[in-house]
Design a protein around this ligand. Structure first.
Ligand code: FE2
Length: 235
């Protein structure tokens, strides 16, 4: 039996499952652990502290009795770029995680997440959760997922109330708030309520992983909205 969520996506009923039976998902979750353990914090205490928080929360989930709840796989227009993003990612420093994503690719449910979406963005953006309050691996205080952008996309300014977010670059090149260009392996930290916009390079798609740390109520209903007056940097 499957149940619709608030966006109409179908999810299986929650069931307890030893993660040991879900090899591809466990390997992917471990790739997050490796990335947040071996990746560089670049000398930033705030980034280092966030990376440790992600690892600690992830370790608890992987060590405990886990529940899973799988979505019906779903594509969005931007997922036409996923194969290229994975191919490019296999050439870069995050190839191990990219390969693990490829192994669950057919099970991912790509979503928009916003109450209102600019029409142009519907063709150019989507995200898929790996772990979080809804699932697929149920985790109340840590959400891990993937976000995919088409080339030459501006993702409008937004912030996250009560959530500390990091983006981990897996494939392609992108910028946040015009403040730098990030390549595979980069980690960018967005503290709660920090307004941030993303632009992607002209020719190749961008695949990021993200981690959200927050309390259970906030992560269960993150209330994603773009700012009313989006600051849209030039692509
Ligand atoms: Fe964000």
């Amino acid at each position: 039996m499957s149940l619709p969520d608030d966006q109409g996506a179908q999810w299986t009923e929650e069931r307890h499952s030893p993660l040991s039976s879900l090899h591809d998902w466990v390997y992917l979750a471990r790739e997050f652990d490796y990335a947040y353990r071996r990746g560089s914090a670049g000398g930033s205490g705030k980034v280092r502290s966030h990376m440790k928080q992600v690892r600690d929360r992830l370790a608890k989930i992987l060590a405990g009795k886990t529940s899973v709840r799988f979505p019906e796989p779903a594509a969005k227009p931007v997922t036409a770029h996923l194969g290229r993003a994975l191919d490019n990612g296999l050439d870069g420093s995050m190839r191990s995680m990219v390969r693990a994503i490829g192994n669950v690719q057919s099970q991912l449910a790509w979503e928009y997440g916003y109450e209102r979406m600019p029409r142009y963005l519907m063709e150019r953006y989507a995200y898929a959760d790996i772990m979080g309050p809804k699932g697929p691996i149920i985790s109340p205080t840590l959400t891990l997922g993937l976000v995919l952008f088409a080339p030459r996309t501006t993702y409008p300014a937004h912030s996250h109330y009560g959530i500390t977010e990091s983006y981990l670059s897996l494939s392609g090149h992108w910028s946040e708030n015009d403040n730098g260009v990030y390549a595979p392996g980069s980690i960018v930290l967005n503290l709660p309520q920090h307004m941030h916009a993303i632009t992607t390079a002209d020719r190749e798609p961008v695949l990021l992983a993200y981690a959200w740390c927050g309390d259970a109520d906030t992560l269960a209903a993150p209330g994603m909205r773009f700012s009313r007056k989006p600051k849209t940097p030039q692509a």
